[in-house]
Design a protein around this ligand. Structure first.
Ligand code: PGA
Length: 245
């Protein structure tokens, strides 16, 4: 499977920065063997899609609502993202689980409507520092995977992202052996839940991926790619990560 490198810009940037970044990413993606996507803030999505016409870079949303439409002030539907040109949507990011109390069941609903709308959901899971300290990381993440995958997600049109909460934005990452073990676990749980074979399931690693550690992380058995936050809004960092893939 080709590696998938996704940049999650979070709530960063403006049009000038996004334009320059999109052009750098497009140039680096042309020379990379990996599949590449960037997830800009929703207000920049249409412009970024325009700047990436003809480039080997897809785009994604950072969240979508679980319903198709309705009275949900401030929310964005999967169909809206699709119409804007997105191919992916991140769902269940730990920042949203923490700040908005998103549950596994809601994440599964979001993933389901994303798939129905023709988007590939990037379903995020990951344990907190306390859960790892208590030795509960596999139980927690396994349950998140099982419950966040939509019922009947039998096609391989979804991506999972293992992002330990304590590794996000902290400069810390699990050991390669811990990542290998967790990716094998996530893949096994997803395979059992969907009936897909392991080779059809893509599990990204996310959490403090940067230019210096990307090659090591991408070489770990079972790592299908990386979901990059902070380093994805720095052109030089992100393009180095693309070269590492
Ligand atoms: P980070 O964020 O790369 O800044 O740690 C990753 C993420 O939140 O997806």
């Amino acid at each position: 499977m080709k590696k998938l490198i996704v940049g999650n810009w979070k709530m960063h940037g403006n049009a000038a920065m996004a334009h320059a970044l999109a052009e750098s990413v497009a140039a680096a993606a042309a020379a990379s063997k990996a599949d590449v996507a960037v997830c800009p803030p929703a207000t920049l999505l249409t412009q970024v899609v325009g700047w990436l016409i003809g480039a080997k870079v897809k785009t994604g949303g950072q969240d979508c609502h679980a319903e198709a439409e309705g009275a949900h002030t401030g929310d964005i539907s999967a169909a809206m993202l699709k119409e804007a040109g997105a191919a992916y949507v991140i769902v269940g990011h730990s920042e949203r689980r923490a700040a908005y109390g998103e549950t596994n069941a809601e994440v599964a609903e979001k993933a389901a409507i994303a798939m129905k709308s023709g988007l590939i959901p990037i379903i995020c899971v990951g344990e907190t520092a306390e859960q790892r300290k208590a030795g509960r990381e596999k139980a927690v993440v396994g349950r998140q995977v099982k419950e966040s995958l939509p019922e009947g997600a039998v096609s391989s049109h979804f991506v999972l992202a293992y992002e330990p909460v304590w590794a996000i934005g902290s400069g810390r990452t699990p050991t390669p052996e811990d990542i290998r073990e967790m990716h094998a676990h996530v893949t096994a749980v997803a395979a059992r839940h969907t009936g897909l074979t392991a080779d059809k399931i893509c599990v990204l690693y996310g959490g403090s991926v940067n230019a210096a550690n990307a090659a090591i992380l991408l070489a770990i058995d079972g790592v299908g790619g990386v979901l990059v936050g902070g380093a994805s809004v720095k052109a030089e960092e992100f393009t180095t990560i693309l070269r590492a893939a």
